[in-house]
Write a protein that binds this ligand. Structure first.
Ligand code: FMN
Length: 238
C-alpha cells in the first residue's frame, strides 16, 4: 500500500495535527508521499465549469495537477488538518473545490435512498482510493465540534466509507510539560495505524482511545486561560 499525506494545516510543518498523522502513518509502515498546502500553490476554483463542458483537466496553472498525480499513485489518502469554524481551513476547501474537475458532471439525478453524493469521480481507479481523515481542534471535546464536518464528509463520500480520527485539545500537543501524555497518545495513534493497515478499519475501542481528551476539561480550561492570558490582558478595553 502507498499513502499520500495531505497536510492541510496553514501551520505547515508546525501543525499539531501533523504529529498525529505522522504517528498513524508510522504505525501503518506504508511508504508515503506528502503534499503540503503551505508548500504548494492551489488557487480557488473560479466556477467556470470548463472542466465539465470539455471533460478536460482544470485550466488553472498551479500545483493542482501535481496533487492529482500524487493522489493517483496512492492507495490511501490521509487528509490531515485543523478544524476551522466547524469545517475545513480555507486552503483545504480550495483544494476540495478544485476536485470538481475530477467529477462526472451533474445531470439532475436524485438520490436513491440514504446518504447521497451527487458527485461521482470520473475515473473508476480514483473511486477505489481509501480515505483517512485526521483532524485536531482546540475545544476540549471532539464530538460536538465535528458534527457539521462529519455531515459534509458523509455527503461527499456517499456515506461513512472513510475513517475519521478527531483529536480535541489540539493545542496541548506542543506543551513541553505534557511529554508523558503526548508520547502515550502518539503511541495510540501509531497503534491505530497498525490496526488500520492490518484490518482496513478501526475498532470502536481504538477510536475512543485516540479521540478522548488528553487532560480533564477543568485542567484544560486552566491551561488554556494561562496560554492566552497575555493577549487577553493586552486586548482589555481601557
Ligand atoms: C481560524 C481558526 C478557527 C478555528 N476554529 C475552531 C473550531 O471551530 N473549533 C475548535 O475546536 N477549534 C478551532 N480552532 C483551533 C484549531 O482547530 C486547533 O488549534 C488545532 O489543533 C490546530 O491544528 P494545526 O496545528 O494542525 O493547524 C480554530 C483555529 C483557528 C486559527
Amino acid at each position: 500500500m502507498q499513502a499520500l499525506l495531505l497536510n492541510g494545516s496553514p501551520r505547515g510543518a508546525a501543525s499539531n495535527t501533523l504529529r498525529l498523522s505522522r504517528a498513524f502513518l508510522q504505525g501503518t509502515g506504508w511508504p508515503f508521499e506528502t503534499f503540503s498546502l503551505t508548500e504548494n500553490r492551489i488557487e480557488p476554483c473560479r466556477g467556470c465549469m470548463a472542466c465539465w463542458r470539455s471533460g478536460a483537466p482544470c485550466t488553472i496553472a498551479d500545483d493542482f495537477s501535481a496533487f492529482v498525480g500524487q493522489f493517483r499513485r496512492a492507495d490511501v489518502l490521509i487528509a490531515s488538518f485543523p478544524l476551522y469554524y466547524f469545517g475545513l481551513p480555507a486552503q483545504l476547501k480550495a483544494l476540495l473545490d478544485r476536485t470538481i474537475s475530477l467529477m462526472e458532471p451533474y445531470h439532475g439525478q436524485t438520490p436513491e435512498g440514504g446518504h447521497c453524493s451527487f458527485q461521482t469521480l470520473r475515473d473508476p481507479a480514483l473511486r477505489r482510493k481509501k480515505l483517512v481523515v485526521i483532524s485536531s481542534c482546540g475545544y476540549t471535546e471532539a464530538a460536538p465540534m465535528y458534527e457539521a464536518l462529519l455531515a459534509q464528509l458523509d455527503r461527499l463520500c456517499s456515506g461513512r466509507n472513510y475513517t475519521p480520527l478527531f483529536f480535541p485539545q489540539g493545542e496541548l500537543l506542543p506543551v513541553e510539560k505534557l511529554d508523558g501524555p503526548r508520547a502515550r497518545r502518539l503511541q495510540a495513534f501509531e497503534a491505530a495505524g497498525r490496526e488500520y493497515a492490518e484490518t482496513g478499519t478501526l475498532s470502536e475501542q481504538t477510536l475512543a482511545g485516540v479521540q478522548r481528551p488528553m487532560v480533564d476539561p477543568r485542567v484544560y480550561e486552566i491551561l488554556a486561560r494561562a496560554q492566552w492570558r497575555g493577549g487577553a490582558e493586552r486586548n482589555k478595553q481601557p
